[in-house]
Design a protein around this ligand. Structure first.
Ligand code: BGC
Length: 748
């Protein structure tokens, strides 16, 4: 540990080391003043800074925080499919942390949106781990480029709010490795977040804070994580077990540092483990020291608002645009209906609640830009029944307009951290209002505000246009105006499938669990991996999103660059007279596999900005992991030899062209034994030589001949060879013995 410049853990007393493993208060690390270790501030996250004004009381005050730029929450930003934009957001957040002397911002959260009803879907990125990891990494890189840390959360498997503090998420190793861990893995390996926050729940029986397999075996030993792990707020239930598992920091502190001291003295904690955990805390402080020493820094409020604005523009997904109802003409007679146009729902509820530096609603923006429109709120933003006077006013406002722009969505009471939604539907009063407006004016465009998917199909017939705007942060008003009036073309793509019915969702059979546990019975078949593999109709597929421009993908080629790697190129052309952006998506479709695999999985994407008439060629490099699955048999990633389709398209259901590569496979094989089936012997290179010897011996008469009847051969194929006597009695025993003998000789 001599490489550390200031105090090494060796310079600390046992009590001081123990003290470093818990916070100083709810929002500070516990420094060791005597040794020059400061107790820096750490605070929420994730889509902007929530520095509570009641900083040291430890009480949760979700609304009282210093003004900070409110960027679009992940529900929106993830739809941008633009990692470099995400990075800009991260850089801006890092600067705000410097001003506010915050050493670590608590985010991003990259748990998988397993089910759209999940209460925190608004602050998670996607149903797809590749997309989640490759976008959210921008936050980590951006913030940390400013010398401030991030806390990648919630590690791991926090996919529901119901019973979140104790639920046991029971997940197969394969689903963990392929779905629930890869976003964390990618970010750890490429960006080394300074900290990781564990989740509240249990993972396969063990609370995350005490889960050595997660915090040490996988995170540090396999992935090479160098930072510290902190508990989610109140997630550490056993200080000693947590330190032993690899948790560096208990937040907020429970005042039990003595327990760590006693445990280190009586051998329940290995002193070397305590040293590692405490040294991690010293290193974290050391990393933040330069940025935290900057005094008087002021971030550029307007420049950050502009970043939030750009991010909001790219967060919107145009779902439907019949008769090109959008963009609107500024001089059209426009009726704006819906309270959300005046009182935007711009962020989610709970610990991520930010006090924005500015707030411009859509109506404010119209006024600022001198665009005339008649407004009627139509409904109230609560769960009360419809108000007929408001409805009547809205219908009358819409009646003579050229177009009615309806702002609908989920009010805050319907969606937040802390609980899961019970229905995919929007409040009935809004759907009814839409029907009434559509009855007097067929030119209706709906703008949606919601943190997670809502059902669209039941009411879509009443709207010619549907713009899914998610939660857009503080600059949603101007961003909406840009898109609605055509200053910018919509370019967002769905990071989450929109099902026709929530009961189509593969996790519904096990949602949200019972008696303290939830079984992830759908395994790796989450979201489009299920819908596309089992051909289940969806309303709007993963990756989908329209533009005012039109694009064409052509010249799709794939070639092998190694035994199990490939490079893909495709040309994308803007074939319209409007500027815009298309996101080219690459899905790998495994052929026949030994395990049940999704029909295809996202393994690359590129958002390409194209002027009218312009075209560009994009290249994607696919590494071995793009083709691998997690094999429980090998306890490792496994690439089977064979043909793989490489699909290039604009959503999981709009594939423009498919190229094929023939991979050699990773050559992994397990030793054969009496429990290996005859078919497994045939498929194995050495086993096949033994099988050939058995057949030859059968021909020459030195061993009994294997049955050649088709049915018997089918039985034989799936039979462990120690069951051969079932088919051939004593002769079978001789064959088994011969095979094991030959194999031993060949593998000696
Ligand atoms: C949330 C975390 C948050 C922490 C601190 C917890 O309840 O799960 O995401 O960072 O509180 O506010």
């Amino acid at each position: 540990m001599s490489e550390h410049t200031y105090p090494s853990v060796k310079d600390l007393t046992l009590e001081e080391k123990a003290s470093l493993t818990s916070g100083g208060d709810a929002w500070h690390l516990q420094g060791v003043e005597a040794k020059g270790i400061p107790g820096y501030m750490i605070t929420d996250g994730p889509h902007g800074l929530r520095k509570s004004l009641a900083t040291s009381t430890g009480e949760t005050d979700l609304d009282d925080s210093v003004p900070a730029t409110c960027f679009p929450p992940a529900a929106g930003l993830s739809s941008s499919w633009n990692p470099s934009l995400v990075r800009k957001v991260g850089e801006a957040m890092g600067e705000e942390c410097i001003q506010e002397k915050v050493a670590v911002i608590l985010g991003p959260g990259v748990n998988i949106k397993r089910n759209p009803l999940g209460g925190r879907c608004f602050e998670y990125w996607s149903e797809d781990p590749y997309l989640a990891g490759h976008e959210a990494v921008g936050i980590v890189e951006g913030v940390q480029s400013k010398g401030v840390g991030t806390s990648l959360k919630h590690f791991a498997v926090n996919n529901q709010e119901t019973d979140r503090l104790r639920v046991d998420a029971r997940v197969s190793q394969r689903a963990l490795r392929e779905i629930y861990l890869p976003a964390f893995e990618h970010i750890v390996k490429t960006a080394q977040p300074w900290t990781i926050m564990c989740s509240y729940n249990r993972v396969n029986g063990v609370h995350s804070a005490q889960n050595r397999w997660l915090l040490t075996d996988v995170l540090r030993d396999e992935w090479g994580f160098k930072g510290i792990v902190m508990s989610d707020w109140g997630a550490d239930h056993d200080r000693v077990a947590s330190v032993n598992a690899g948790l560096n920091l208990e937040m907020p502190p429970s005042g039990t540092d003595d327990e760590i001291v006693y445990a280190a003295r009586d051998g329940r904690i290995d002193p070397a483990q305590l040293d590692r955990m405490a040294q991690g805390m010293i290193d974290l402080t050391d990393k933040a020291r330069a940025a935290m020493s900057i005094d008087g820094y002021r971030f550029d409020v307007d420049a950050h608002d502009e970043v939030a604005h750009q991010a909001a523009v790219e967060s919107m997904v145009l779902l439907k645009n019949e008769d090109a109802i959008l963009p609107l003409k500024k001089d059209a007679k426009i009726a704006v209906i819906g309270e959300f146009a005046r009182t935007p729902r711009y962020q989610g509820g709970g610990s991520s609640h930010i006090t924005p530096t500015k707030m411009t609603s859509f109506l404010d923006t119209l006024a600022e830009r001198g665009i005339k429109a008649d407004f009627a709120p139509g409904f109230t933003l609560d769960l009360d029944p419809a108000d007929s006077a408001l409805e009547l006013e809205a219908v009358e406002t819409a009646r003579d307009a050229d177009v009615a722009l309806l702002f609908l969505g989920l009010p805050e009471a319907a969606e937040s951290e802390g609980f899961d939604r019970e229905t995919l539907d929007m409040p009935a009063k809004q759907i009814e209002l839409l029907a009434k407006v559509a009855a007097v004016n067929p030119n209706v465009a709906v703008v949606l505000s919601n943190g997670s998917v809502v059902s669209v199909a039941p009411w879509a017939g009443n709207a010619k246009g549907i713009l899914e705007s998610w939660l857009l942060g503080q600059a949603g008003g101007p961003a909406l105006a840009d898109v609605i009036f055509g200053e910018a073309s919509p370019s967002g793509k769905l990071a989450q499938s929109i099902p026709l019915d929530i009961n189509d969702d593969p996790s519904m059979l096990n949602w949200p669990g019972e008696e303290g546990h939830v079984d992830y019975g759908e395994g790796v078949f989450v979201g489009y991996r299920y819908y596309d593999t089992y051909d289940v109709a969806v309303d709007y597929p993963f990756g989908y999103g329209l533009s005012y421009a039109s694009f064409e993908i052509s010249d799709v080629h794939a070639e092998k660059t190694g035994a199990n790697t490939a490079s893909v190129t495709a040309t994308v052309a803007n074939v319209s007279d409007v500027d815009g952006a298309e996101t080219v998506q690459v899905y790998v479709a495994p052929g026949k596999a030994e395990v049940a695999r999704p029909s295809h999985e996202l393994k690359g994407f590129a958002k390409v900005f194209l002027k009218a008439g312009e075209s560009k060629t994009v290249t994607f490099d696919l590494d071995g992991r793009a083709f691998a699955y997690w094999s429980e048999k090998y306890g490792d990633w496994h690439i089977e030899a064979g043909a793989y389709g490489i699909e290039v398209g604009t959503s999981s259901r709009d594939i423009a062209a498919t190229a094929t590569v023939e991979l050699e496979g990773d050559g992994k094989s397990l030793p054969l034994d009496e429990w290996s089936t005859y078919g497994e012997w045939e498929a194995d290179p050495v086993g096949a030589r033994v099988v050939a010897a058995v057949e030859a011996a059968g021909e020459s008469g030195t061993l009994p001949k294997l049955p050649d009847n088709t049915m018997m051969r089918i039985f034989l194929k799936s039979m462990p060879i120690n069951s051969m006597p079932m088919l051939m009695s004593d002769g079978g025993r001789r064959i088994t013995a011969f095979m094991l003998d030959e194999y031993a000789k060949l593998t000696k």
